[in-house]
Write a protein that binds this ligand. Structure first.
Ligand SMILES: NC(=O)c1ccc[n+]([C@@H]2O[C@H](COP(=O)([O-])OP(=O)(O)OC[C@H]3O[C@@H](n4cnc5c(N)ncnc54)[C@H](O)[C@@H]3O)[C@@H](O)[C@H]2O)c1
Ligand SMILES: CC(C)[C@H](C(=O)O)[C@@H](O)C(=O)O
Ligand SMILES: [Mg+2]
Length: 346
């Protein structure tokens, strides 16, 4: 029986197009012949915004719903006021498609440079809540532009939202060899949200007796991510803490150019979206300097999500082999993509 993947492709801004081209190249190389890949490209991002004033319309959302998954490069451009595309496109889509599990694995592969002393074992997954916290846009400004301006940005945490992501993280920890889950929060100061997260975490823990649990304040977590990253197996945390610690996690485990992510809608009601952790990197856009590895590894997450485990593993092996031999080489975006595609095919 022939199989089919109907993929939405959103290159976006800056280095987005460059890295997505390579991601698709490796995806095509990895798929067996009986799998038909259909792609539809969408032009969301700065160019469309300047031409039409639109970021993501209702009609766009309807079209996107029809896909099995979405591959995104990056969104955001210096020519557009900060937040317009990030909120109006990226967060809007994560919220509308209920991407409440934002999955961000970090693995330091053999031979890969890290700023950390020695070559520590780093192999953990951050399960970042994706639809709540301070990201909901709940807040406002009064006396704007005056010396007495007041701005609020409310962190929204619901028992429903916290429980489902905590449960997902416990299940992921249970399925890993070390079976350890760390809650990262700031319950010593953010007492209301912290209470909800800690309580839910402790309640759900009772259903997973095999999973060892731990709690670390987010500020201390940034210490341990640098001094003792091996202590982490699965981390569950809120939307903003998860955003911040996953850039740090990337920096210590091979760099932002290799950090992949999946915005998962576990029920499958809406398509999940896979994207590198990094942004549009306007400082290096158009120069062939962007590392496409994060996008390629996001393609592996996408394939695993759609049930193509063997193909996902082949891509990860190709990346591990390539990274192990990279050393100080300065290949272009395209050269790295080509090398990965060859390894995946061979
Ligand atoms: N998911 C997304 O679409 C996403 C994520 C983060 C930031 N952004 C947006 O991207 C824009 C730029 O944000 P930023 O500068 O804070 O973060 P960034 O991740 O784009 O860049 C941070 C640094 O990492 C480097 N970098 C990023 N990706 C790289 C790659 N693949 N290879 C090599 N180096 C890479 C950049 O050159 C830069 O020095 C902003 O508009 C921001 O809102 C979008
Ligand atoms: C661009 C921004 C909205 C986004 C986030 O904060 O989630 C980005 O930093 C990320 O990590 O995907
Ligand atoms: Mg981020």
């Amino acid at each position: 029986m022939s199989r089919r993947i109907n993929l939405a492709v959103i290159p976006g801004d800056g280095i987005g197009q460059e890295v997505v081209t390579q991601g698709l190249k490796v995806l095509r190389a990895a798929l067996p012949q009986d799998v038909k890949l259909e792609t539809q490209e969408y032009d969301f991002g700065a160019k469309r915004y300047h031409a039409t004033g639109e970021t993501l319309t209702d009609a766009d959302v309807e079209q996107l719903k029809a896909h099995d998954a979405i591959l995104l490069g990056a969104i955001g451009d210096p020519s557009v006021p900060s937040g317009v595309l990030e909120r109006g496109f990226l967060l809007k889509l994560r919220f509308l498609f209920d991407h409440h599990v934002n999955l961000r694995p970090s693995k330091l592969l053999p031979g890969v440079a890290t700023p950390l002393a020695g070559q520590p074992e780093i192999d953990f997954v951050v399960v970042r809540e994706g639809t709540e916290g301070p990201y909901t846009g709940n807040g406002g400004t009064i006396r704007k532009g005056t010396p007495h301006e007041v701005a609020t940005e409310v962190s929204v945490n619901t028992a429903f939202g916290v429980e489902r992501v905590v449960r997902d993280a416990f299940a992921r920890a249970q399925a890993r060899p070390r079976k350890k889950l760390t809650l990262v929060h700031k319950n010593n100061v953010l007492a209301f949200a912290g209470h909800l997260w800690t309580n839910v975490f402790n309640e759900v823990a009772k259903e997973f007796p095999e999973v060892t649990t731990d709690y670390i304040h987010v500020d201390a977590a940034t210490i341990y991510l640098v001094t003792d990253p091996g202590r982490f197996d699965v981390i569950v945390t809120d939307n903003l803490f998860g955003d911040i610690i996953t850039d740090l996690a990337a920096a210590v485990s091979g760099g932002i150019g290799v950090a992949a992510s999946g915005n998962i809608n576990p029920s499958g009601e809406f398509p999940s979206m896979f994207e590198p952790v990094h942004g549009s990197a306007p400082d290096i856009a158009g120069q062939g300097k962007a590392d496409p590895t994060a996008t390629v590894l996001s393609v592996a997450l996408l394939l695993r999500h759609l049930g193509y485990e063997a193909e996902a593993a082949r891509i990860e092996e190709a990346v591990a082999a390539d990274l192990g031999e990279r050393g100080e080489s300065t290949r272009t975006t395209e050269e790295i993509g080509d090398a990965l595609a060859v390894r995946v095919t061979g």
